[in-house]
Design a protein around this ligand. Structure first.
Ligand SMILES: O=P(O)(O)OC[C@@H](O)[C@@H](O)c1c[nH]c2ccccc12
Length: 264
């Protein structure tokens, strides 16, 4: 299964990074950083309109290389997202299949004011400290690759560090586990990570299981104004859009298309 392979690669890469920077180094650095007690990532999801999380990724296991390597000017893409007035930015940091990195993340965080999500296969507290030290506002916790103890421990650690967490689910039982772990943001992944199919109907069904006081983000496969209108009708706080933005020559235009032109 692809998810097992992603977790394996993530662990290998993390072990390599640990040779350079130990957990205690990271903890010491994190201890010197301010805790963002206002959780800006969550604040940005609490608006009357749908919030847009624009993602920076050059490649993925389902699509391969999304844009040519020489067009992957992530600093420029980040600034275009900011100029388009997207609400939040997500940066893929998984190295092997998504060709991301912590360096990309750090550069993006420094170059824009938007709260930034570290998008990765979080499998160890080490990665949550890395996200904190990189200056991000949120991490991703994927229910399918964590047990219940890890899920609540990692949520608690993120909270202590002043980081928000998108807890990602794809099935009804995963949604239940996310709620039981007291997730404040649940990401419904429209893409099935086993066969890569995208299904908004599944999302509509799962949305109904999430209580009103939990924010919902719809993730993956969102390409058109019609897709977004459907998700607005289902009622989600935010959408996470990667490929459509990465392929768009004009990010400002794409933002206007997706949101129906209301840039308030
Ligand atoms: O490029 P898309 O189809 O708009 O999808 C973005 C995002 O949802 C996708 O990158 C994603 C969703 N969940 C993930 C978990 C890990 C890595 C990546 C992802």
């Amino acid at each position: 299964m692809i998810l097992d392979e992603l977790v394996r690669a993530t662990r290998d890469n993390m072990l390599k990074r640990q040779l350079d920077v130990s957990l205690s180094d990271l903890k010491a650095k994190a201890g010197q950083m301010p805790v963002q007690i206002n959780f800006p990532f969550e604040e940005a999801l609490h608006q009357p309109k749908i919030s847009v999380i624009a993602e920076i990724k050059q490649a993925s296991p389902s699509k391969g290389q999304i844009i040519p390597v020489n067009q992957f000017d992530y600093m420029s893409i980040a600034r275009q997202y900011e100029a388009a007035r997207v609400d939040l930015v997500s940066v893929l940091t998984e190295e092997t299949y998504f060709k991301g990195s912590l360096d990309i993340l750090k550069s993006v965080v420094k170059s824009i004011d938007n709260p930034v999500l570290r998008k990765d296969f979080t499998i160890d507290p080490y990665m949550i400290y890395e996200a904190k030290v990189a200056g991000t506002s949120a991490v991703l916790l994927i229910v399918a690759i964590l047990d219940d103890v890890q899920l609540s421990q990692y949520l608690h650690l993120a909270d202590q560090l002043g980081l928000s967490a998108i807890v990602e689910a794809h099935t009804a039982s995963e949604i239940k586990r996310a709620i039981a772990a007291k997730a404040r943001i649940i990401g419904i992944n429209n893409r099935n990570l086993k066969d890569f199919t995208v299904d908004f109907k599944n999302t509509a069904r799962l949305r109904a299981l999430i209580p009103e006081d939990v924010s919902t983000v719809s993730e993956s496969g969102i390409q058109t104004r019609e897709d977004v209108a459907l998700l607005e009708a289902i009622g989600v706080n935010g959408i996470l859009v990667g490929e459509a933005f990465m392929k768009a020559k004009d990010k400002i235009d794409m933002f206007k298309i997706l949101t129906g032109g209301n840039d308030d």
